[in-house]
Design a protein around this ligand. Structure first.
Ligand code: GLY
Length: 565
């Protein structure tokens, strides 16, 4: 029989189906990954596997997070980095928690008007592209401090996978190949960057091996000599040589003065859950707690219904209006944080939401009377229950576009997160105040919101996201999806998202996620709807408090991966 009959095709199909061979198999990225021991979720699969390799070798969650962070600097140059900065939130199995702020810092010669022309207008691109947009990098100091104080294996050991990946290379994924091509305009601006990431125009194709010998050398120097190599040694000198070539202002003194800072995590409560999140210089934690406080007693309606979107968007708008008015680096300016996160202030805002028409114009509130005293995320939980939530960034994808000469890593453009001019939007459209004005050694306001949730002392959730100004709204929605709507972690991370940041006055909806009826009601209520592509890339872990099993979900909006064992 040359051609099988329709009946025999059905019969074979049925047998395969019963055997499970023909069943549609979800890809790993779309499945909740369950693990008894440890779980690592990051924005890139090779890096996630590095984390599990370290856990299996006896490392704890901090060892794994640091190893994943260095691996991302090799495999995910879009946001993984040595030349950027970020925040690491750590909660140990014994309940102790800490927050390592390794945000970039303004150089000593930075001034509040450095991005303005003689007429006081912003010079386009000056704070986002090139050496003048670079803040003093914090990643190496932050990872080294985390590893020294909380790691088990030591910096040299946890850096080996990254060194191996840089030296021997790794196969370029479809996503990396596409991303490098998409960002060719920025990556072509600087010859070192063009040579390394674009092979001078001979773009990397999926499956080709990407080797980075200069980066491997840099990583080895840090592994052998510690962060001193970066901040006072040969790498510092290369950074300064790069600054000289491209008219940047970071000096050897700036690098030598840089310190990662240990801070207390910001704390909040939501319906019996304890929220640990990012303090200043992030605005993300303050906004997240303010929004959760507003929403806690409200009946939110079904997920992504008109009722829920309206209430949550109104909370978002108020938190972002307050962000614009008040927030800046608390080491430099006084910020009414206790007021902003006070339940009494939230109650006032809630009444305003309930008693004003939808989308009524709003301004920053007055928290003072209540005053008492393209980024990437890694979530890790180890077998003992230690947890790390780490978000770090170059700011824009591929940062400033500048690669440090002979050192093989990109530098950030984090200076754009400062207020270049009060009232003028930054690259995320965020309006900011004098509180976030540029000053030497000050840290720019961030939206990064690494977060950990516990209940009755037990670890429940570890999560965070990239996404610039959308970050805290992504974290908020994933939290609400789990804590209010009882979605499992994969559903919570996958569900469509919306975003309102007060200014511009728009309610952004992910393009495919919302029913036509809901959109019509939102429009009729006065919301100015704008559709957009995927928002955020939440990498999350949920822990079953009874069994200790870990459930990991990488955001299907990206090439992230959950890997457990
Ligand atoms: N650069 C993005 C942020 O820190 O919010």
């Amino acid at each position: 029989m040359l051609f099988p009959s329709k009946r025999s095709i059905w019969a074979v199909g049925a047998i395969l189906w019963v055997l499970g061979l023909a069943a549609p198999r979800p890809t790993e990225a779309f499945t909740t990954v369950a693990a008894r021991h440890g779980m690592v979720v990051s924005g890139e699969p090779i890096a996630s596997r590095v984390g599990v390799e370290i856990l299996k070798a006896g490392g704890n969650a901090v060892d794994a997070a640091v190893a994943v962070g260095f691996a991302l600097a090799v495999t995910h140059p879009f946001a993984g980095n040595l030349g950027g900065g970020g925040f690491m939130l750590i909660r140990l199995a014994n309940g102790r928690s800490t927050f390592i702020d390794y945000r970039e810092e303004a150089p000593g010669a930075a001034t509040p008007t450095m991005y303005l022309d003689a007429h006081g207008n912003i010079v386009p691109g000056l704070s986002t592209v090139g050496a003048l947009s670079v803040g003093v990098p914090g990643t190496v100091a932050g990872f080294a401090l985390a590893e020294k104080d909380y790691g088990r294996l030591g910096l040299k050991a946890v850096m080996q996978p990254a060194i191996r990946l840089a030296e021997q290379g790794f196969p370029v994924s479809y996503w990396l190949s596409r991303s490098l091509k998409l960002h060719a305009a920025l990556l072509s601006k600087f010859s070192e960057t063009r040579r390394i990431y674009l092979r001078n125009g001979n773009f990397y194709r999926p499956g080709e091996i990407f080797r980075q010998p200069e980066l491997a050398r840099t990583l080895k120097m840090i592994a052998d000599r510690g962060p001193q190599a970066f901040y006072r040694g040969p790498i510092a000198r290369q950074i300064v040589a790069t600054m000289r070539k491209y008219h940047g202002i970071i000096t050897l003194k700036d690098l030598a003065a840089y310190r990662a800072i240990v801070r207390k995590p910001l704390r909040g409560n939501f319906r019996g859950y304890n929220i640990l999140t990012a303090p200043s210089p992030s605005s993300g934690g303050v906004a997240l707690v303010e929004m959760l406080n507003i929403l806690a007693p409200l009946h939110l309606g079904p997920p992504n219904s008109y009722e829920s979107i309206h209430l949550i968007a109104e909370a978002m708008r108020r938190a972002y209006a307050d962000r614009a008015a008040y927030l800046g680096d608390t080491d430099f300016v006084s910020v009414p944080i206790a007021g902003l996160i006070s339940p009494a202030y939230a109650a006032k805002l809630r009444q305003e939401i309930l008693h004003s028409p939808p989308d009524a114009p709003i301004h920053a509130g007055n928290p003072l009377p209540f005053e008492h005293p393209n980024t990437t995320h890694i979530s890790v939980v180890d077998s003992a229950g230690n947890a790390v939530s780490n978000t770090f960034t170059l700011n824009n994808g591929y940062g400033s576009g500048v690669t440090v000469l002979k050192a093989g890593f990109l530098l950030n453009d984090e200076m754009d997160d400062f207020t270049s001019k009060p009232g003028a939007p930054n690259m995320y459209g965020l309006i900011q105040s004098q509180a976030n004005a540029i000053a030497p050694r000050k840290r720019p306001l961030s939206c990064m919101t690494p977060t950990i949730v516990t209940r009755s002392g037990k670890l429940r959730l570890v999560l965070g996201s990239p996404g610039g100004s959308t970050i805290m709204n992504t974290v908020l929605q994933v939290l609400l999806n789990v804590l209010v709507y009882k979605m499992d972690i994969r559903e919570a991370v996958t569900a469509p998202r919306f975003h309102d940041q007060w200014m511009p006055d728009k309610l952004y909806l992910e393009r495919w996620g919302f029913s036509a009826d809901t959109v019509s009601r939102l429009k009729a209520a006065g919301y100015k709807i704008a559709f957009r592509g995927p928002m955020g890339e939440c990498e999350a872990i949920e822990v079953d408090p009874k069994t200790g099993w870990k459930f990991g979900a990488a955001d299907p909006r990206s090439n992230g991966r959950a890997v457990g064992y």
